[in-house]
Design a protein around this ligand. Structure first.
Ligand SMILES: Cc1cc2nc3c(=O)[nH]c(=O)nc-3n(C[C@H](O)[C@H](O)[C@H](O)COP(=O)(O)OP(=O)(O)OC[C@H]3O[C@@H](n4cnc5c(N)ncnc54)[C@H](O)[C@@H]3O)c2cc1C
Length: 448
């Protein structure tokens, strides 16, 4: 996973190896619609200032990449200079102050590993490779986020290079409008974040997992049961199902139900997962793994099995509070026509939606989210699979509240990702901080 710096710090589109270097910045290997003009690898703040000056001198817009885990390859824009932050990946933990600083190229799992060794915790993303850069700007649905809040709610400050080449700090007390914007703007952010200041927590006393694995034929019953739990679960549980075409431990495609627990003790963990014990369809499961303690390393390992490297992906999502019968026809259609493994559907009960949020740009969530993840290897299939996933999610729009920026498909389907009020406010803040619109924003935005 460790990357080697390119020997050439600044690469131009007419140089040999340029497209390969651009593809190296991406987790999703689907060929992007556009390529930039310049790739500028930065190692220190002065490089960011130089990159911004160069973009202006050459009449280019700026896009930024940290871990490159944007499914829609958001930084791959034409007429653009890409600032590659992936080598700015240092972090420092200040246990007495219960704070950490981290550069945007820092992997979430690297920070998590350092924290848990010291008895500390932060709601980093669920998969290896996701960097803090994009993850924190988009909101951040992390481990234990139901109780600890979105990861961006635990950002207490940011150090930013602005469009006019100034270095500023943003927090509740300094440049609060920029701070408001940075917590939820995602790819619509108009500055280069080079350091995050994070609030830390004590590591939960018990971290574990309770799993039931079903055959495909039980999909309707599992979805009905899960959606019926709305409003009944403890904030210490994350409940998700992965409907996968991968041959899992039951040697056939499966529905993996995972209750991830972050409790104070074994006793509390048992109490908050009682709903798994009481599940009325549990006898239909092909495999039931009781509540067991699991390290964060194992959590990361297990999640990463769903996302192998070197795949071409088409990913799209909806937020919803619809009824199971509204959603299930699409679940069946998707599972019938998605490419074979490792394609899968991720469906999660997001109890966090009921929480009162901080005042920040992030403003779109609902009780459940569904993400369709189609994966394949052959470039000739790019258009077909992307069109299929996009059209299936379009069919679900009558039942959707909006889309989640973390798994957005805004280069193919426009959908609401923020409240109208917040989008207007964000535009005003952008007009102040990025007068000439130097920075690219999302691939598309809703018109109303
Ligand atoms: C396998 C996988 C698993 C995932 N799991 C989760 C999960 O558990 N929870 C969750 O919430 N999300 C998850 N995501 C979504 C992920 O959080 C987003 O894709 C996020 O953008 C990743 O951050 P990144 O830095 O790696 O991405 P990048 O592609 O580098 O960044 C995305 C965008 O953010 C902006 N950006 C990035 N860095 C900076 C910066 N330093 N300054 C200014 N703007 C910047 C740019 O607009 C950029 O295009 C997952 C994605 C993948 C591929």
């Amino acid at each position: 996973m460790d990357k080697k710096p390119r020997t050439s710090r600044i690469m131009r589109s007419n140089e040999p190896g340029f497209e390969a270097a651009c593809m190296d910045t991406l987790f999703n290997k689907r060929t992007p619609i556009n390529f930039p003009e310049i790739l500028f690898q930065v190692h220190r703040v002065e490089d960011i200032l130089e990159a911004i000056q160069l973009a202006k001198a050459e009449g280019l817009k700026v896009s930024v990449v940290s871990g490159g885990h944007s499914w829609s390859a958001n930084h791959m824009r034409k007429n653009s200079l890409v600032i590659d932050m992936s080598f700015m990946n240092a972090y420092a933990v200040d246990k007495p102050r219960m704070q950490a600083t981290a550069e945007p190229g820092c992997y979430g799992h690297t920070l998590m590993s350092a924290l848990v060794k010291q008895g500390l915790f932060f709601p980093t993303g669920h998969c290896k490779g996701v960097c803090l850069g994009g993850y924190l700007l988009k909101g951040g649905f992390g481990w234990h986020s139901v109780e600890l809040g979105l990861a961006c709610e635990n950002v207490v400050g940011l150090d930013i290079v602005t469009a006019d080449g100034r270095i500023v700090h943003a927090s509740d007390n300094e440049n609060p409008d920029l701070f408001w914007a940075a917590r939820g703007a995602g790819s619509g952010f108009f500055g280069v974040v080079f350091r995050y200041h994070l609030k830390l927590y004590r590591r939960p006393g018990f971290i574990g997992l309770n799993t039931h694995i079903y055959k495909f034929e039980h999909m309707d019953e599992v979805v009905h049961w899960m959606m019926g739990l709305r409003g009944q679960l403890s904030d210490k549980v994350e409940l998700k199902i992965s409907i996968t075409r991968k041959s899992s431990v039951i040697h056939q495609p499966s529905i993996d139900v995972g209750a991830f627990v972050f409790a104070d003790s074994w006793a509390e963990a048992r109490a908050v997962t009682k709903f798994m014990h009481d599940c009325p369809i549990k006898k239909k499961a092909s495999l039931r793994i009781p509540l067991i303690p699991v390290t964060m390393g194992i959590h990361y390992y297990l999640t990463s099995l769903y996302y192998p490297d070197e795949q071409r992906w088409a990913v799209d999502n909806i937020w919803t509070h619809a009824q199971p019968e509204d959603l299930l026809p699409s679940f069946h259609q998707l599972m019938k026509d998605m490419p074979p493994e490792p394609s899968f559907l991720h469906f999660e009960y997001w109890a966090g939606a009921a929480r009162k949020r901080l005042d920040m740009a992030f403003s779109m969530e609902d009780d459940f989210f569904l993400t369709a993840m189609a994966a394949w290897k052959n470039p000739a299939d790019d258009e077909r699979h992307t069109k299929f996933i996009t059209e299936e999610m379009q069919k679900l729009e009558p039942f959707a509240t909006g889309t989640q920026l973390a798994d957005e498909n805004l280069n193919h389907r426009t959908s609401k990702f923020m409240s109208t009020e917040n989008l207007l406010k964000l535009d005003k803040i952008r007009a102040k901080w990025d007068t000439d619109r130097l920075f690219h924003e999302w691939h598309s935005r809703p018109t109303s």
